[in-house]
Design a protein around this ligand. Sequence first.
Ligand SMILES: Nc1nc2c(ncn2[C@@H]2O[C@H](COP(=O)(O)OP(=O)(O)OP(=O)(O)O)[C@@H](O)[C@H]2O)c(=O)[nH]1
Ligand SMILES: [Mg+2]
Length: 323
Amino acid sequence: MDLKRIVILSYEEIIERIRARYSRANKSEISRLQTIYNIVTSSTQSVEELSDVLRGLHSFYWKLIEIEFNRSNVEEALRCVTRARRLSKKFWEKYRYLILASTSRESRKVLREGRGRILSLYKRCRRHLLLLKNLIVYLQRLPSINPEEPILIVAGPPNVGKSTFVRSISTGKPEIANYPFTTKHITVGHRDYGRFKLQVIDTPGLLDRSVEEMNIIERRAIAALGELKGIILFLIDPSDQSHLDINRQFRIIENIVEVLADKPLFIGINKVDIASKERIEEALMKAEELKAKGIALNIYKLSALNREDASNVVDDIVSKCKL
Ligand SMILES: Nc1nc2c(ncn2[C@@H]2O[C@H](COP(=O)(O)OP(=O)(O)OP(=O)(O)O)[C@@H](O)[C@H]2O)c(=O)[nH]1
Ligand SMILES: [Mg+2]
């Protein structure tokens, strides 16, 4: 999507622009009204392009928009601005005619009325214009993901090493820190396999609660897990660094099984360099249960800090999924 050229001004910015242009010239009433009409039109022109972009947007991006902005608010905003554009054209045509038909004394009054009617259309859209302006900035910052190309989604509880894994095996450079919810947004890195580029998606951590109870940060991860046709690597942390015990970490998988639908799921028992043997065994047993039930396709023991380890995992997943 090409959003770089799309700009929508807020109501205040539109007024500011009109003021700057208005004070410059000693113009006739007609050209003053034309200036106003031209400015409101050009400042909101992108609303049509934005509508086109939104119409073609993949459901993953729509899910994210829903989380941040609420879909009906976006649709209402588009309707409001589109209506203002349509009606301001009518008013411009009407008042241009009225100015032409009036005496020079009347024409000032007619101009004032025409300007008032055009501007009040946009004033009514004040909060909608702001929403669309923010939406464009938000869309411009979203990672570019091609839903048709292979995707590996790295998910799991907070602080288990998801970002470390993504950094180890791809061009992605997500922030890493030893506390939960370091990652707050979806990011993407790439891993080149020659015949294709694997898109590796880092997601925010999930807690063991129902999807309905999840906060906005977790729901961003759910948007990726639910809407992208990807392979999932779910990481588990059996070390003492984990904030959730092993049972609770595995419960997350049960909670999101429906979201995952039939996507291939792999389990990575991470941080084996610092976890105790007993806890690794405990995690392995849990993972084996999921494998026996056909929920997980394969299980890996790894340390995401070790690039070779992490690379072997992703290469095996790619070959098992015949990408
Ligand atoms: N010893 C060891 N530490 C690891 C390993 N993987 C990650 N860590 C450490 O675990 C901490 C959390 O790593 P992150 O990669 O930020 O974890 P995350 O899952 O992305 O965390 P959130 O984004 O907060 O959900 C960091 O201090 C990492 O250095 C590992 O395999 N071994
Ligand atoms: Mg992270």
